[in-house]
Each structure stands twice: as structure tokens, then as C-alpha cells.
Design a protein around this ligand. Structure first.
Ligand code: NAP
Length: 550
């Protein structure tokens, strides 16, 4: 599968791309279309990014597959058959593999290769990229397609290394099948990954103990096989669906848009609306009203509705109470989408442990101790999330002008202009970086928006004989302030979420993604380009640095 060869120190490329997930794959395709010499380095053994690593039981997308798919090749979207409303991880990975085959991408991707550092040389405006094996390659441009949720976070649990059984992290799951049949399994965490895997693990394990620190809101997926008619309806309407996703839908997911706030409906009408969304299933539950992420009282109505459903589903009142989130507005953490999550707690072999009341004391050789109770375990599943948005970038030692380290510049939180570039790091682009809509949207839509913009930008630079491009400091400061200001006007900062970096001890608390939404943001970056790449500083070949008159 990993067909490519290693390259020698003398290799020089127009562009080095880091990562061969959905962002890196499409970026490579566009770079080739521009006739640029590009090389992609990927840590995994094949394409797929997050879908290559997250192989835990029950893993599937929470955006409907007919929408969580590339729009840039009509042949591709017409020929690929998604089997279910929400495709399972193996199918999404097969899709990524199919795209790689169809567009012959693998020959320019070097797999099993970590990028250790990238250093900008101001003498010739080139990046030196050092790979994990010490080899150097040079490139004019570096594009970080490193993914927002790709850096699995191992919790710092005392005694973890003493555990005698197998330890798994959902974000770094083994490639061989894991069989929990007859085992006593513990799951730490109750985020999206845990919520998807718990019902599946519960069917195998003799005993499943779920260790919960914070309860999360989850809505049913209502996953089902797609009928040929449903698939065809999308295919017939794809140009309009894709246009709407980019131009009209804040989160890049085509859905019925709300035209009023939660209190503009009577109590009965509101309940009916929530019921209809709950029955339909999926993330669009949060689209019932237009003020659910803005107004706490409105949000409470949705949160109460979900809490009522939990109480209805879960038989044991004490367990139901524990599963009802009460410390953050619904949607201020990514809402989860599940299949039979709450019902899993009605099984005789599943129990819930409240880590808030009884924090983990230690992992022992034979289990987990919390609140003075030893829970015997044969296997431990850590569904503890990711160092999101910046974690994978931070692992690369990136040095820009004057040898400045990106990690040092970002020590108080990431700073970018439009989530695309960071001042002082010329010709270094981020795809779906902090400061762009990224994780608040259908990632494929956000990825395509960035890849298209970067491709057009590289073409414009070539046409105009420009050598470097970088974010202007003042433009970046303004954008960071704007991203923060928009976030502060919503309920999002009220949660200790990974959007805020709150799940990583010591990480600065900055709301990282841009809440303005895909259409507003798309218009903004389009205008920036149309206005001569306003807010970026460009230099021509062998000219003094100047604001580009493009
Ligand atoms: P997550 O949302 O960050 O959840 C991590 C869980 O682990 C939380 O319940 C957290 O509790 C707990 N935890 C972390 N460290 C702990 C510790 N030391 N002790 C006890 N509990 C600890 O991570 P995730 O579930 O992997 O999901 C991350 C994101 O990936 C999602 O929000 C979603 O965007 C994406 N995702 C999507 C899908 C999908 O498409 N269907 C599936 C999976 C993931 P606290 O809340 O108390 O910190």
C-alpha cells in the first residue's frame, strides 16, 4: 500500500504537504493540477488521516456520508455508493483509498514518515523539512494538512504503566481486530468516541465499567441503510446541495434552517419541534432554533428536552441522573451522535462510575481504583480525546523568520490570520487551522474551502512572479481579536471544551475555531484575495519586501 520510496537530501519540491488525510489528498490533487512538484509526508501507513487512526468499535462519521464526501469530482460523487446514512469507519477509509487509487495519489505520498522539523531559510526563501529518519528535503512552500483531531491525548493517570491488561486509546486503535468477548472492560471518558464505542463494547464484554467525569449531550443518529432512491436524490441534486453547503449553511451541512428563536414558539410547538428533530436524528438537532448557541434560556429548553429523553431511556434513576449533563450549555461542547448509547446502561453488564464524586486514585495491575473501590479490569479503553487543532502542529519543530519557533509564538494560544497563515512564517499554510471554521463545520467543506483558496493563491503568486507570502502582523492581531470577539458573543466559551483547549492541562484557554460560519468566512477569504490578498505581505523574486500590488 505504502508504495513510495524514500527521498534523498538533495530533493527539492515546490510544495511539501504534511498529512495525507482528506485535506492532504485533495491538496496534492490540486497542486498537481497546477503543475507543481509536490510531495506529501504521512505518518500513517496509508491515506485517510483521522479515519486511518480512529478504528475503535462503533466509529462512524457524525455528518451524513452523502455530505461528508468530496465535491470536487462529479465522477467521484456519482460513482461512489455510500451504504448507510452515517458510514462506518472502514467504509470511509475505503473511500479514501478509492480516491487515492482513482487519482493515483499514492505515488507522491511517502507513508510511515514523520515530519520532525521545518526551518525557513531567509537567504533563499526555502523551507528545509527534516523527516523522522533525519533526511532533509527542501521546498518553497509547506502546507500543514495535519488534521484537527489527530493527536491522541494519553491521560496522565497514576499507575497506568502498571496495568497488566491491554490498554487502548480510541484515537490510536490497533489495526488488528480487538475482541473483548468475555473480558471485563473499562472505558475512561464519555465524549463522542466513548459514546460510539460503549454500546458495541457492551455487546462483547462480560462486564463494562464506564468511568465518567463529565456527562455529555448525545442525540440518536437514527442510522440506517441508504436506499438507492435516497442516494440518487443526492446525486441528481449535488450541484445545488454543494453550493448550499458552502454558501448558505453556517456549519456546511445542508439542513432545514430555523427562522425563529426557541421562545418564539409555544411550549407545545417547541416540544414538537424538538421531537421531530430527535426522531430524525443527528447533529441538526441544534438547528431547531436560531438562538440555541446564543441565548442561555433558549439553550436550556433544548438541554431540558435531552435530559428528559435520558430519564425516559435509562431505567435506573440514579444512573439517568448521572448521565444528564448539567455543567454546560448543549452544543457548547460538540454534541455527540449515538446509536443506543443511553440504552446501553440498561444492560446488566454495564455500570457507570462517577469520577466527579470519586476521582481516579490509581490504575493498578488488575484494574482501576476510584473512591476507594477497586474495579477489576482485563482491558482498559482510553476514550480521552485529542490535543485538538494545535497538537499535531506543535509536534513539528517549525522555525520561521529569525529562527522563531511557532510553538514559542503560540505559547499563549494559536495566532493566525484567517486560520491560513501565521505572521513570521512565510510560505507556510495551514489547512483548517485555528482561526477558521474547521471543526465547527462539516470538515470536508472546510477543507475544500481552504484547499481551493490556497491553490488559487499559489497560482496567483506564480502568475505574478511572487516569491513569498506571509500574514501581516496587524491583520493577524485584528483577526485573532475578531475570532475571540465572535466566540464571546456565544455560549461556546461557557464549556470546558477541547475547542477552548480546556481538555489539555496547561494549554492556553483560547477559543480556537472561528464561529462566523462557512459562508461568512468563505466570503471573507474570497474578498481578501480579490483585494490583492489584503492583510498578507508578499515579496517578488529578488525584490524588497513590499505589500503586493496584485
Ligand atoms: P473528547 O470529546 O475530548 O472526550 C474525552 C473524554 O475523556 C471526556 O469525557 C473527558 O472528560 C474524558 N477524559 C479525558 N481525560 C480524562 C482523565 N484524565 N480522567 C477521566 N476522564 C478523562 O474526545 P473524543 O470523544 O475522542 O471526541 C473528540 C472529538 O472528535 C469530538 O468532539 C468530535 O468532534 C470528534 N469525533 C467525532 C466522531 C464522529 O464523527 N462521530 C467520533 C469521535 C470523535 P471531561 O469532559 O471531564 O474532560
Amino acid at each position: 500500500m505504502a508504495a513510495s520510496q524514500s527521498h534523498s537530501a538533495s530533493d527539492a519540491y515546490d510544495v511539501v504537504v504534511v498529512g495525507a488525510g482528506f485535506a492532504g489528498m485533495y491538496m496534492l490533487h490540486r497542486l498537481r493540477g497546477l503543475g507543481l512538484k509536490a510531495r506529501v509526508y504521512e505518518q500513517g501507513g496509508d491515506v485517510g488521516g483521522t479515519w486511518y487512526w480512529n478504528r475503535y468499535p462503533g466509529a462512524r462519521c457524525d455528518v451524513e456520508s452523502m455530505q461528508y464526501s468530496y465535491s470536487w469530482s462529479d465522477e467521484l460523487q456519482q460513482e461512489w455508493d455510500w451504504s448507510e446514512r452515517y458510514a462506518p469507519q472502514p467504509e470511509i477509509l475505503r473511500y479514501a483509498g478509492h480516491v487515492a487509487d482513482r487519482f493515483d495519489l499514492r505515488k507522491d505520498i511517502q507513508f510511515d514518515t514523520r515530519v520532525a522539523s521545518a526551518v525557513f531559510d531567509e537567504r533563499d526563501n526555502r523551507w528545509t523539512v527534516t523527516l523522522g529518519d533525519g533526511a532533509d528535503v527542501r521546498a518553497r512552500f509547506v502546507i500543514l494538512a495535519t488534521g484537527c483531531l489527530s493527536n491522541a491525548k494519553m491521560p496522565d493517570l497514576p499507575g497506568l504503566s502498571d496495568f497488566a491488561g491491554q490498554i487502548y486509546h480510541t484515537g490510536h486503535w490497533p489495526h488488528d481486530a480487538v475482541d473483548f468477548t468475555g473480558l471485563k472492560v473499562g472505558v475512561v471518558g464519555t465524549g463522542s468516541s466513548a459514546i460510539q464505542s460503549i454500546p458495541v463494547i457492551a455487546e462483547q464484554a462480560s462486564q463494562l465499567t464506564v468511568f465518567q467525569r463529565t456527562a455529555n449531550f448525545s442525540v440518536p443518529a437514527r442510522n440506517a441503510a441508504l436506499t438507492p432512491d435516497e442516494r440518487q436524490s443526492f446525486r441528481d441534486n449535488y450541484p445545488e446541495i454543494r453550493r448550499k453547503a458552502r454558501e448558505e449553511m453556517k456549519n456546511g451541512i445542508v439542513q432545514e434552517l430555523p427562522d425563529k428563536g426557541a421562545h418564539d414558539d409555544s411550549d407545545d410547538a417547541r416540544r414538537d419541534k424538538y421531537h421531530a428533530r430527535w426522531t430524525r436524528g443527528g447533529l441538526t438537532f441544534m438547528g431547531a432554533y436560531n438562538n440555541l448557541s446564543l441565548d442561555k434560556a433558549a439553550n436550556d429548553t433544548a438541554a431540558d428536552f435531552i435530559r428528559e429523553r435520558i430519564a425516559e431511556i435509562v431505567a435506573d434513576p440514579e444512573t439517568a441522573k448521572l448521565l444528564q449533563p448539567d455543567d454546560h450549555p448543549v452544543g457548547s461542547k460538540r454534541i455527540c451522535v449515538d446509536t443506543d448509547y443511553y440504552a446501553a446502561f440498561n444492560r446488566d453488564n454495564v455500570r457507570l462510575v462517577n469520577l466527579r464524586a470519586n476521582p481516579i486514585e490509581t490504575i493498578t495491575a488488575t484494574g482501576l481504583r476510584s473512591g476507594g473501590v477497586d474495579y477489576p479490569l482485563d482491558a482498559l479503553v482510553l476514550a480521552t480525546g485529542f490535543d485538538a487543532m494545535t497538537g499535531s502542529v506543535a509536534k513539528i519543530d517549525i522555525r520561521g523568520r529569525d529562527g522563531t519557533a511557532l510553538n514559542a509564538k503560540w505559547s499563549a494560544g494559536p495566532r493566525t490570520y484567517l486560520g491560513l497563515m501565521s505572521a513570521g512564517f512565510p510560505n507556510l499554510f495551514l489547512i483548517t487551522g485555528p482561526g477558521s471554521p474547521s471543526v465547527l463545520s462539516n470538515m470536508i467543506v472546510a477543507i475544500e474551502q481552504h484547499v481551493d483558496w490556497i491553490s488559487d493563491c499559489l497560482a496567483a503568486m506564480r502568475d505574478r512572479g511572487l516569491e513569498t507570502m506571509e500574514a501581516d502582523v496587524a491583520a493577524e492581531d485584528d483577526w485573532v481579536a475578531h475570532v475571540n470577539e465572535v466566540a464571546q458573543g456565544t455560549l461556546y466559551p461557557q464549556a470546558n471544551s477541547w475547542y477552548m483547549g480546556a481538555n489539555v492541562p496547561g494549554k492556553p484557554r483560547i477559543f480556537m475555531p472561528y464561529i462566523g460560519g462557512i459562508p461568512v468566512y468563505g466570503q471573507k477569504i474570497k474578498d481578501v484575495a480579490a483585494n490583492g490578498y489584503e492583510g498578507f505581505v508578499m515579496t517578488g523574486a529578488a525584490t524588497e519586501k513590499k505589500r503586493a500590488a496584485m
